[in-house]
Design a protein around this ligand. Structure first.
Ligand code: KG4
Ligand code: ZN
Length: 337
């Protein structure tokens, strides 16, 4: 039997088939249709356009996922769909599509939390990984630290008090002229700049906590750029990017050092779109080696939004019997309901 994952929480429509044997850890297909080119025109995701693009893509993407896996809907034993959190209109497309498919074919349906799905991406590449562990999810919409006690039970032990790390990269990237989303381009550009060039405030909250705040950092970088422009000079984009990346990396290392100590964990999982950042990966790799902690960082394709991670998380919800019926609704919020 196989599990069909469906993801439509933001600007990627995705469907994937994952085997229910081998602990739900073998991917047969993982098809992702990105809307990035469409949203790039506007410098960010336009929710209404995202919903329409999901509607246009979801049937063919699902068909392609089944065909690539060499299975038919009759082989599917469970449909897992991202039901929260995310853009409500975008989520509704996946949820309604999954409900219809499940109802018409009498297949059990499980709702999946998108942030938990990001963490579950690690199970797909680390076959022996099992809870308990500590997880850092850094994406366009989230920056959260979790104590993962069980495959389906997470406790949030820290996180951002305002903006997400990915959003912080995208906003400043846009101001220095990079197309949306700026994260990957800033990753490359940071190697060409001087990370000591500009003094910026740390996004790590003061004190014995695992919290972040990115809004002050964003404002400080923006003020620096604006004041340079007012003086008639264009600030050096590489230096800004290197300095900006440095304070983010330092803050993540500082708080993950504390998280490892507080939770006494032996494994750290890094997840979410920003987990693709090479500076963050290298710095956390070094930290984990120093602390003798196993560092699980999924490959880049599994860091950004995809349905294989939804199927991986859905597998464990299925085992727990956390099924939904046709009354399932989507929610923009990151809370269980
Ligand atoms: O997880 P994701 O695909 O979508 C959300 O659930 O938010 O994350 C997208 C975010 C964007 O903000 C993008 O700029 C960022 O991940 N990103 C990166 C890199 N690649 C993608 N940020 C920093 N460095 C990267 N290499
Ligand atoms: Zn995501």
């Amino acid at each position: 039997m196989y599990i069909l994952g469906i993801e439509s929480s933001c600007d990627e429509t995705s469907a994937a088939v994952v085997s229910m044997e081998q602990g739900g850890r073998r991917i047969l297909s993982n098809i992702v249709a990105s809307q990035i080119e469409t949203h790039r025109l506007y410098g960010g995701v336009v929710p209404e356009i995202a919903s329409r693009a999901h509607i246009e893509a979801i049937s063919s993407i699902t068909y392609e996922a089944l065909a690539t896996a060499g299975v038919t809907i009759k082989d599917i034993g469970c449909i897992a769909v991202t039901s929260h959190p995310g853009l409500i209109g975008a989520l509704l497309v996946g949820v309604n599509f999954a409900k219809s498919l499940a109802f018409a074919n009498k297949i059990p349906l499980v709702p999946v939390n998108h942030v938990k799905a990001h963490v579950a991406a690690a199970y797909l590449e680390y076959p022996t990984l099992e809870p308990p562990f500590t997880a850092l999810v850094v994406s366009g919409g989230h920056t959260s630290v979790y104590s993962v006690t069980d495959y389906t039970d997470f406790r949030e032990i820290g996180g951002t008090r305002d903006d997400a790390a990915g959003e912080a990269f995208d906003k400043i990237g846009r101001v220095i002229g990079m197309p949306y989303p700026a994260g990957a381009a800033m990753d490359k550009l940071a190697y060409e700049g001087n990370s000591d060039a500009i003094k910026l405030p740390s996004p790590a909250m003061l004190g014995d906590n695992l919290d972040f705040s990115f809004s002050g950092l964003k404002t400080a970088a923006l003020n620096y750029i604006n004041s340079e422009r007012q003086k008639g000079s264009e600030p050096n984009a590489a230096d800004i990017t290197a300095s900006y990346t440095r304070v983010i990396v330092d803050a993540l290392v500082k708080k993950m050092t504390l998280a490892i100590e507080k939770t006494d964990t032996k494994r750290l999982v890094l997840a979410g779109g920003v987990a693709a950042n090479s500076h963050i990966r290298t710095a956390l790799d070094k930290l984990c080696k120093e602390k003798n902690v196993e560092f699980c960082k999924p490959s880049l394709a599994l860091c950004s939004d995809n349905a294989a991670m939804v199927a991986a998380a859905g597998y464990f919800e299925y085992l727990k019997g956390n099924f939904a019926d046709t009354s399932l609704n989507a929610s923009a919020l990151d809370e269980e309901y």
